[in-house]
Design a protein around this ligand. Structure first.
Ligand code: GP9
Ligand code: MN
Length: 685
């Protein structure tokens, strides 16, 4: 017995020795490959650490590991001396994936997409300084290729590269790596559910996909999804058309009949697309003075929808224009204005043209920005007045991307006067521009003082002294306050000019914030927890500290929506939750127009409204639900929420995002109209 134990002990010892030797040998002869795998793997973990914060979750670990191992293993198909080049190429690719996603996430709280390549000129043309896009932490990913280079240089001075493996040996090493990759994949697959697969397929729940599948699978899948717009109109039409029919059978867009029906039929309409204006600005006071007094006044004198959300995606301004006009959601990949401009959409201008309205849009940026020149025609505007051709540009009037709002409004008033003389009824949208990232350029023309002033007793002298802290200086939030104040002044001047020209007498004024200003949560946290005594943020364990949570942030993204008339006849705050896609049904009902394809609702006819965001998150008066992380918060303390409540809205949210995307990709409004016409013709003929 003793002997047997001794023998077993020897065998175990031998095995461990051999294993250690084998491992050492493996490491020695595959140092480059191992460095590549480890650095690319760690980069993926770091990305999740800096973004979605689930860097210890098991499934993305296996997934990331399997991917880098799989990709790296093909290095063994190359000659020893070329392996470095192969691994370096992939190391750079993986690093770029992590770096770009990390920077994108800091700015947009989402992950980037290849579909943005088509729109990248627009995205990077919007005046963001590079230093606001990339942060120091983003450079840490570069360590991957740097370490790989250092290891390569070190190995160059050894016999590593002389030690040429035979083809057979290389193939064995390749197969071993592939086997480990397959085992890792197997572990990963055992954690995957049907919902995960479906979310991967749909790809719009981006955070979730990264949290579950890791960043490399996400990006590879995104590449496929981004190519789909070119290919998918060719496939899946029948399924999309079927789902489209079923959706409208289940949730028909009905004509509403309420106290507002036709209330403003035949009135002229001025719509103001208020760039980056958020609701909280209306209640912000700086040193006791309202930051946006004109907007505040208009909101108090008209119908003010105070719980209103934009539903934009990567197409920002253009997405909001699209949703406002059509009551559809933005595209799941790419943007409608750039990638799907050639489809048929039923829009407010088109519907008003049936009532003989002259419809126009005005904007002081170049006409081709967001492909507006093309898309505005497609949306049914008779004319698009733009910076390139219709406005007089003095150099001193240029701020950011184009003409400043004050000059823009002044020149536009003259044009509207003319339009009013020539047309009985008209509908015009004016897109503002100055309050746009990076929120600079107005410092000399606006009189806002953002310093924090207070008095305190000097402990040494015993005298009272005034303290002035310039605490918002050089912060994006401070800059935003400044340009928002300027935009508000411009708006106030515009309303006065319109009034003086008699243009408000038969007109309704509609104002909407097109989306939030995309300012980082950390800035709000500092602002709302500012301690003037120390001139910095309160300590998080201070009893007065109140974290500005991710939900506070989401809810704070709400933008104003106002319908105002000069007679102030309709003064009311509507607190029910509402989205950009509810505009067509709500405003349309007042103007006597209606779209059978609207996904939104008339807020005056619906009882429990529901708003879905393009990433699948949703909000009701009772709760905000984050379908990225499958959790939410109650907005009404008294509400009792069941699992069914959440499930049914989550399913509905998915259906809305999908049907909207199908309409866009497969041009279903046109196609079904065509098939309806054919049916009608057949019936008649
Ligand atoms: C560009 C302006 C701003 O013309 O509408 O666009 P955004 O960057 O907000 O999408
Ligand atoms: Mn915008």
């Amino acid at each position: 017995m003793k002997d047997k134990l001794k023998k077993a002990g020897h065998i175990a010892k031998d095995f461990i020795k051999k294993f250690a030797k084998g491992t050492k040998h493996y490491f020695k002869h595959n140092a480059l490959f191992i460095t590549f795998v480890l650095t690319a793997f760690i980069e993926a973990c770091m990305l999740r650490f800096f973004t979605v914060k689930n860097f210890t979750a098991i499934s993305p670990l296996f997934s990331d590991f399997a991917v880098v191992l799989f990709v790296g293993s093909f290095a063994y198909f190359f000659k020893q001396k070329n392996r470095y080049k192969y691994l370096m190429t992939w190391s750079i690719i993986f690093t770029l994936v992590c770096l770009i996603n990390s920077a994108y996430y800091s700015n947009y709280v989402s992950f980037t997409s290849f579909s943005l390549l088509a729109t990248s000129l627009q995205i990077f043309g919007v005046g963001d300084a590079l230093n606001t896009i990339i942060e120091i932490k983003d450079f840490s990913y570069i360590l991957g290729p740097v370490i790989l280079t250092l290891v390569h240089l070190k190995l160059k001075n050894t016999s590593y590269y002389d030690n040429i493996k035979t083809k057979k040996k290389a193939r064995t090493t390749f197969l071993k790596a592939l086997l480990i990759s397959a085992i890792s994949l197997g572990f990963f697959m055992s954690t995957v559910t049907g919902t995960d697969i479906s979310r991967l397929y749909k790809q719009w729940n981006r955070e979730y996909v990264v949290m579950k599948f890791g960043v490399y699978v996400y990006q590879a899948n995104d590449l496929i999804a981004s190519l789909k717009p070119q290919i998918s109109p060719l496939f899946g039409y029948d399924k999309a058309a079927k789902q489209f029919r079923e959706y409208y059978e289940e949730y028909p867009s009905e004509k509403s009949d309420n106290e507002y029906t036709n209330k403003y039929k035949g009135k002229n309409v001025i719509v103001i697309h208020a760039e980056s204006i958020q609701n909280f600005l209306l209640d912000t006071e700086i040193n006791g003075k309202p930051l946006t007094p004109n907007l505040k006044k208009l909101s108090e004198e008209g119908l003010y929808f105070s719980n209103f959300y934009a539903q934009e995606s990567v197409g920002t301004s253009s997405d909001s224009e699209f949703t406002f006009n059509t009551s559809l959601l933005p595209a799941s990949n790419g943007t409608v204005f750039v990638s799907y401009w050639d489809r048929d959409y039923l829009s407010i201008p088109k519907l008003l043209k049936q009532q003989d309205y002259y419809t126009f849009s005005m904007h002081a940026n170049k006409g081709n920005f967001w492909n507006r020149e093309v898309m505005h025609k497609q949306l049914g505007y008779d004319k698009f007045y733009n910076y390139t051709v219709d406005y007089t540009i003095n150099d001193e009037d240029i701020i950011g991307l184009g003409l400043n709002d004050k000059s823009f409004f002044k020149q536009s008033t003259e044009k509207i006067k003319k339009i009013n003389e020539e047309h009985k009824n008209w509908y015009g949208v004016l897109l503002m521009l100055t309050n746009h990232t990076p929120f600079t350029g107005v410092e000399d023309t606006t009189d806002i003082d953002l310093t924090y002033k207070y008095t305190k007793v000097n402990e040494e002298t015993g005298e009272t002294e005034e303290v002035i802290n310039d605490y918002l200086k050089d912060t994006t939030l401070g800059n935003y306050f400044t340009t928002a104040h300027y935009a508000d002044e411009a708006l106030g001047e515009f309303v006065n000019e319109l009034d003086e020209a008699g243009l408000l007498d038969n007109t309704i004024l509609v104002i909407y914030g097109d989306h939030d200003a995309k300012i980082k949560r950390s800035e709000y946290n500092r602002y709302y927890n500012y301690d003037p005594e120390t001139d910095s943020k309160l300590d998080s364990d201070d009893p007065n500290y109140k974290e500005f949570t991710k939900y506070d942030y989401e809810l704070n993204r709400s933008v104003p929506f106002i319908i105002w008339t000069k007679d102030n006849q309709e003064k009311k705050e509507i607190k029910e939750v509402m989205g950009m896609y509810d505009v067509l049904p709500t405003l349309g009902n007042m103007l006597g127009i209606y779209s059978p394809y609207a996904l939104g609702h008339d807020i005056f006819s619906i009882e429990n409204n529901f708003v879905v965001f393009p990433n699948g998150n949703w909000i009701t008066d009772k709760m905000y639900y984050d379908s990225q992380s499958d959790e939410g918060i109650l907005l009404d303390d008294k509400a009792v929420i069941s699992a069914d409540y959440i499930d049914s809205y989550t399913t509905r949210a998915e259906k809305e995002v999908e049907v909207s995307n199908d309409i866009i990709v497969h041009d279903l409004i046109k196609k079904t109209k065509e098939s309806n016409d054919v049916l009608k013709e057949n019936k008649n003929g």
